[in-house]
Design a protein around this ligand. Structure first.
Ligand code: GLN
Length: 495
């Protein structure tokens, strides 16, 4: 039997190979760096630093030799360029942060490094994580002179999804065994679905937001993206845990081993099927793949229970008020004084602010700042922001109501497969509407996953979304893992 190539190994297998010294961390890092170079046209990476990567890999090899290896010792990973990193530039996809070098690592990055992971580089994303297609990045990918779109490896004329588009592409094209992403309104789940990989957004507060460039602080959450649920569980176990001194919203719950129940039986599991996720807007090819995954679950012993999430449609206006409101406040720090871009020619201080922000931010970011400032302004606050907060609470209550009748909720991640680059043109609403199935769980702060469920139009991947109640990550990963033992969609490769 021929040995599988290094890039075809999952994180769990690769960690074993490394620990048993059949491959060195340096060899593994070099292998993936070479692949990243060879597939530059996909636009996934925005920063590499070979010297730093190899230094980390040598340190990992030394720990393996000394018998002090961590759970992910020597495993190469890459990070969404929204996490600050000491050894790699951080841009958050924005001109505003061009050339920015952080003096510290984000907590999530540091925790993965503590477990022994080696950083390959940073991955493209929508500017400040605002987008659903990764078409809003203002940064030139590695090998490009100018900003270029991230391409879906299943069909390079299509978008990879967003905002963690580079992250999803890196995993799908085997340019990294696993990566980090962030999800504010779907940015882990939707690109995972569009690229045929697995991703999980944990309960809000499970992972520290320290060192994650802030978009909408009450929604932003870090999570892993990998080929399988098993690999996601390994990464998530290393990423989560309290960070009281640095993120006051991180939960006071000890780190957990999310792999502990991967193989548990699904016998008797009640899976809620929200009627509102299967209505008019859902494309037939997506519906077919989702339905076949649900049939698999029935074969595995689960029971499908009809439920209702009656305010699903309202999650779009609610999210697109709350997220921009928080963004307008978070992004006020980019004023040309403290860090990042500063306009060259300006008159007084106010003129410097104006020119700096006009030059540094892209269109989508400006749109959100303006909407956010408007809905928070005197006279409109009650009509928009406060109303949105009230409905957000009702959306969260709807989930609690539903969880009286079911253990997990399942449905599509997005209404369609990945669309063509430029297809939504300059119509931001078309992108916003495509977020309909991921936004409700985000607004409620619930954990959610995307699991490969089949293929649709144009041979494009379709993901199944699983949403759990608070702190049910281990249960979600268990359900995903069992499906992946019964199917092989997550193992298929576009290359
Ligand atoms: N598409 C959503 C937005 O543009 C979600 C983005 C995200 O989760 N970061 O806001």
């Amino acid at each position: 039997m021929t040995q599988p190539a290094l890039h075809d190994l999952g994180v769990a297998q690769l960690a074993t190979e490394l620990r048993e010294r059949r491959v060195s961390a340096v060899e593994a890092a070099q292998h993936f760096l070479a692949r990243a170079q060879a597939h530059q046209h996909l636009g996934a990476y925005v920063a590499l630093n070979e010297e730093a990567t190899l230094a980390q890999a040598r340190a990992a090899d030394a720990r393996i030799a000394a018998g002090t290896a961590g759970a992910l010792e020597g495993v190469p990973l890459a990070h969404k360029d929204i996490f600050v990193t000491r050894d790699f530039a951080t841009t958050a996809g924005s001109k505003m942060l061009a050339g920015y070098q952080s003096p510290f690592d984000a907590t999530v990055v540091a925790r993965l490094a503590q477990a022994g992971a080696v950083t390959l580089g940073k991955l493209n994303c929508d500017e400040f994580a605002m987008g659903s297609a990764n078409e809003n990045s203002a940064v030139a990918p590695v090998g490009f002179e100018a900003p270029a779109p991230v391409r879906n490896p299943w069909d390079t004329s299509r978008i990879p999804g967003g905002s963690s588009g580079g992250s999803a592409v890196a995993v799908a094209a085997r340019l990294a065994p696993a990566v980090t992403g962030t999800d504010t309104g779907g940015s882990i789940r939707q690109p995972a679905s569009f690229c045929g990989i697995t991703g999980i957004k944990p309960t809000y507060g499970r992972a520290s937001r320290y060192g994650m460039v802030a978009f909408a602080s009450s929604l932003d959450q870090a999570g892993p993206m990998a080929r399988s649920a098993e690999d996601c569980a390994l990464l998530l176990s290393a990423m989560c845990g309290p960070d009281p001194d640095r993120d006051s919203t991180s939960l006071d719950m000890p780190a957990e081993d999310f792999s502990r129940s991967l193989n548990d039986s699904l016998d008797g599991l009640r899976i809620g099927i929200p009627a509102e996720f299967f209505g008019e807007g859902l494309a037939p090819d997506v519906r077919a793949a989702v339905d076949s995954a649900l049939k698999e679950y029935e074969k595995l012993g689960a029971r499908l229970v009809p439920i209702s999430l009656p305010r699903t449609e309202l999650s779009i206006p609610v999210y697109y008020i709350i997220a921009p409101a928080e963004a307008s406040s978070n992004l006020s720090r980019f004023d040309g004084v403290k860090f990042g871009h500063r306009a060259k020619d300006y008159g007084d201080l106010l003129d410097m602010y104006k020119k700096t922000r006009a030059e540094g931010f892209g269109d989508e970011v400006k749109r959100r700042i303006m909407i956010g400032a408007y809905v928070l302004s005197h006279g409109y606050y009650d009509a928009y922001y406060l109303q949105a907060q009230k409905i957000r609470r009702m959306i969260a209550d709807d989930f609690q109501n539903a969880f009286k009748d079911c253990d997990l909720i399942a449905g599509p991640v997005a209404p369609t497969v990945a669309w063509k680059l430029g297809e939504h043109g300059s119509d931001p609403l078309a992108d916003y509407l495509a977020d309909i199935f991921t936004l409700p769980g985000s607004l409620a702060g619930l954990p959610g996953m995307s699991v490969p469920a089949g293929f649709g139009e144009g041979g494009m991947p379709v993901g199944l979304q699983l949403i759990g109640n608070y702190f049910s990550e281990a249960r979600l990963l268990n359900a995903a893992h069992r499906l992946q033992q019964a199917t092989d969609f997550h193992l298929r490769s576009p290359l």
